[in-house]
Design a protein around this ligand. Structure first.
Ligand code: ATP
Ligand code: ZN
Length: 293
């Protein structure tokens, strides 16, 4: 499966073929202007307008494909990369596929805290992370690897407890389990191979990252336009947590100005309320496609 970095100048990116991460990853790639032909039917898909090809595989396989240099980059959950102990570089953390790997046991059972795990059997699809956790705590457990429906293991008496991915906790509850300890907080990450890359590929990765960062920054920001009395400008400038100094333009109405700027979305409501209080009116908020700072 090895290939030399120079054998092909296009970047090969591994993404999950079909699952929770697929649509969000494809949306992100489309959001940075990459266009693909039918990615649902092919395993290897060439991008039409960027030197990139996508390899669509199971998420479990992504860390190793990137580690081995079969793919240069990969979009995959930290849970998979860490379970595989893959030798890769994490370039970016992305805010989707957010979940945690937690230990859980029967709600009314005799395991109520970490120390109660001594001598117990734990079913999981994450044997490495589970063993590492208990080894570090010097607690002896028997870890049983199972690949699906981990949450029913205690009921089947295959195990005393489980270590599994949780996002809402509803699956655990539905199976009479309680979450006891989180051993890993996870999100999707963009990982890069540690194999040597050609200068051409390095440049492509820089370009790819610049587009991704611009897109993410844009998603977290809004373009805001408003009218305000000239003598409120100083106060308004202080309220706006702007990336740059705002654009202030005189209006035909005497003593009024138009102010245009960019604000972080998290501060949107607080900023709006304070702007109104300073006499701003006709406030218009627009989404931003991308931004290069
Ligand atoms: P594949 O066939 O690719 O192996 P899968 O069944 O292992 O798919 P999915 O259920 O699609 O995987 O989950 C993919 C990733 O999404 C997980 O590895 C994890 O990083 C993340 N994730 C986020 N929330 C959850 C959740 N509630 N359950 C499972 N995975 C989650
Ligand atoms: Zn998987």
């Amino acid at each position: 499966m090895q290939r030399t970095a120079d054998s092909n100048t296009s970047l090969r990116i591994a993404i999950q073929k079909s699952g929770r991460l697929t649509d969000k990853t494809i949306d992100l790639l489309k959001g940075i202007g990459l266009r693909f032909d039918d990615y649902k039917r092919n395993l290897l898909v060439k991008c039409r307008n960027f030197d990139v090809e996508l390899l669509l595989i199971r998420d479990d396989d992504i860390p190793e494909y990137v580690q081995d240099g079969v793919c240069d980059l990969g979009f995959v959950g930290a849970n998979e990369t860490q379970e595989k102990g893959a030798d890769v570089t994490v370039l970016r953390g992305l805010d989707y596929g957010v979940c945690r790997l937690s230990l859980a046991a029967r709600k009314d059972g005799d395991i109520q805290s970490v120390n109660d795990f001594e001598g117990k059997t734990i079913a999981t699809s994450y044997p490495k992370l589970t063993r590492d956790f208990f080894e570090e705590k010097d607690i002896n457990t028997d870890v049983v690897t199972i690949s699906g429906a981990v949450e029913i293991a205690p009921r089947l008496e295959v195990a005393d407890a489980i270590c599994d991915i949780v996002s809402t906790g509803n699956t655990l509850k539905a199976n009479g389990l309680q979450e006891l300890v989180t051993i890993l907080e996870s999100e999707t990450e963009l990982i890069q191979t540690n194999k040597k890359l050609s200068p051409g590929k390095k440049k492509l990765i820089d370009k790819f990252l610049q587009r991704m960062d611009g897109h993410q920054q844009a998603e977290r920001s809004r373009y805001i336009m408003m009218n305000a009395p000239q003598d409120s400008v100083q106060k308004i400038k202080e309220i706006i947590p702007s990336l740059k100094s705002p654009t202030v333009m005189p209006l035909a109405d005497n003593g009024m100005v138009a102010i245009h700027t960019v604000i972080p979305i998290d501060e949107f409501w607080v900023v709006m309320e304070r702007l109104k209080a300073e006499g701003a009116s006709g406030i218009v908020i627009l989404p931003i496609e991308s931004m290069i700072l």
